[in-house]
Structures are given as C-alpha cells and as structure tokens.
Design a protein around this ligand. Structure first.
Ligand SMILES: NCc1[nH]cc(CCC(=O)O)c1CC(=O)O
Length: 331
C-alpha cells in the first residue's frame, strides 16, 4: 500500500474526482498481478491518468485468506473472499476493487455493482503432476495418474469431474495460494493437483502445467480466467470510466455463466461448472454442469443462441439442469 503526497495530484479535468483513486484488492500475488494489469489497461485507455499519482493500491486481507486447508463449502463459500473488499467499498475506503470473477458471488451486496469485466485469459483447468505420475497424454489426460493416486484440490467441481472419470483416485483438500499448492505437489504431499491455467499464466508459471484440460471434459468454474471490477452503484463518473475498458466478449460469456450459476442457486456444496464461448458469427455456446461431489452423478448440457441473449441462455440452461437433476443434488 502507498499513500499519496498531499496535494501532489490534482483532478485531470473538472469531471474527474480528486486523485488518487483507491483500488481494493486481495493481497495474494495473483490478486496483485491482476490489479496491476487492470491499472495498465485503464491508464492505456485514459492517458490523463498516466504520470500522476493517480492510483493507490489497498491490499485487503479477507476471511477466506485467513482460513487454510478447509473446504470453502465448509466455511461458507466464495463470498468470504470478497466480503471485506465489499465493506471497504461501502465504507468508502476504496473507490473500486479488482476480483477474480469466479470468486465473486452472483448476488452482490446492495449498492455494489460489477462495473466491468476484462478480456478473458485461458479458462481451462490445468493438471499439475508430481512424483509417481507417468508422462502426460493429451488424448487421455488422466492416464498419467497411477491407480489410487492422491489429488489435492478443494474444488468440489474439479473433484466431482475427476472422480467421475477416475473413481479410484483419492481427492484431498488443498488450499492456499497458487504457489502453496504447486509446492505441495512438488514435495509429494499429493501426487497431482488441478489449478486454473489463467492463474499460472499470469504468474509466469505456465510451465508447471503438464496438460490443459479440454473445457468440455473438465468444465471450468463460471467466470474462470476473467478479472472483474466492482464499484459503488452511484459512482457514475467511475462507472463511465470503467465501461470504457469493458471487454464485450468477456461481458457476454460472463453474463451467461453467471446467470447459469444464479439459476442453479447451488449451495457451495453443489459442484457446478459453467463455460461459455463466443463464436466469430456472434453465437454463444454455453456448457453447464451439475454433479454429486463423489462423481456418481454428472449432468452436462450445452445451449446456444445469440450473444445478446446471454443472460436468458444461462438462466434457461440452469433451470433445465436443475429440473433434470435428482432431488439430493439441490437438497
Ligand atoms: N479460487 C482461487 C482462484 N481464483 C481465481 C483463480 C485463477 C484465476 C482465474 O480464474 O481468473 C484461482 C486459482 C485457481 O483456481 O487455480
């Protein structure tokens, strides 16, 4: 965190509030990378913000960061990574905040809105291999895992899809930031793990991925690979500025994926996947998945339609998946 020199920066034009703008972020290396990435984009878009001390980073420690080695499903879900950041916005300690979209709950607190989404990085999950694994084979991605191998993951979505393909595997809880999880694999605490390729790429760790998994075979989390910015609903100046850097493709796919998630209204104990692609002809393809954590039930469907209908497509697919799932999935 840095503080501005008093009086060092004056508003670049009359419409702009006084600087610096305060940016809220989690403190992990990935979150800080994403925040600096966002700042580069916004400065590129609005050069008047260059050269002055225009931004101030506020790293905020969240409840989710403080809890290690327990499943999010046990501790109350993804909202825990954003709660303190939302509070900082509401209390006007920051002006906007940078999030991984997949960690952002579908229903934000009153007064806080998703102002823009940045261009999507690779949405796929990556397989990380440690001691005891064979050579990776893209045609049969799990063949490199020996019988009974221990896979570290705290994601019920990844666990359910993995166990559906390989019921012999043992999935154990593994949390912490990307580096912590890579270290656990390298040290042989687990034989393998699954991580978002986007996080690895952003941190320059792509070479740690043995394989990128086909998103139809391992359906990613809704919003995976997308950075999202929140701000206060009434802050029209900022909303206007942020709308200028909105990536339209990311906006369409995130609308579809998040409408799917909202329609499923799954508790954090329900494995849910959602992945949309925008084709060059403007059609949007959305794949959704619901499952039992042990992989004994997996339901996967795809819907397609006009990108302009992204929200409706997501809701339709979510309703359909819910209707066609056994009662225990959403109990
Ligand atoms: N839940 C943690 C989290 N939130 C966002 C990412 C990766 C970056 C992204 O999806 O944009 C990760 C790490 C992971 O799942 O491996």
């Amino acid at each position: 965190m840095s503080s501005a020199m008093p009086g060092a920066a004056s508003p670049p034009h009359s419409k702009m509030r006084s600087l610096p703008l305060r940016v809220g972020t989690r403190a992990s290396p990935l979150a800080l990378w994403q925040t600096r990435h966002f700042l580069e984009i916004i400065v590129g878009f609005c050069p008047v913000l260059r050269g002055v001390k225009a931004f101030e980073e506020h790293a905020i420690r969240t409840t989710g960061d403080a809890i290690q080695n327990r499943r999010l499903s046990e501790i109350g879900g993804k909202g825990l990574f954003a709660k303190e950041i939302h509070e900082a916005l509401t209390d006007r300690r920051v002006d906007f905040a940078v999030h991984s979209l997949k960690d952002l709950e579908t229903e934000l607190p009153p007064g806080i809105i998703l102002a823009c989404t940045l261009k999507r990085e690779d949405a796929r999950d990556a397989l990380i291999l440690g001691p005891g694994c064979g050579a990776p084979d893209a045609g049969d991605p799990y063949a490199c895992l020996p019988a009974g191998a221990i896979v570290g993951s705290s994601s019920l979505r990844r666990q359910s899809q993995l166990l559906a393909a390989r019921p012999d595997l043992q999935v154990v809880t593994l949390r912490g930031n990307v580096q912590t999880r890579l270290t656990a694999v390298r040290d042989g605490v687990v034989n393998a793990s699954l991580l978002a390729l986007a996080g690895l790429k952003r941190l320059g760790l792509e070479q740690e991925a043995a394989l990128a998994l086909d998103p139809e075979a391992m359906v990613p989390a809704a919003g995976q690979g997308i950075v999202a910015i929140t701000c206060r609903e009434g802050d029209v100046e900022l909303l206007e500025l942020l709308s200028g850097i909105e990536d339209r493709a990311a906006s369409a796919v995130s609308k579809a994926e998040r409408a799917l998630l909202a329609a499923l209204d799954g508790s954090c104990r329900t494995p849910i996947g959602g992945h949309a692609r925008l084709l060059p002809d403007g059609t949007l393809h959305l794949t959704g998945l619901v499952a039992r954590p042990d992989g004994s039930f997996v339901l996967k469907r795809t819907i397609h339609g006009a990108a302009a209908d992204a929200h409706r497509l997501g809701r339709c697919l979510g309703d359909e998946l819910r209707l066609d799932s056994p009662a225990d999935i959403f109990a």
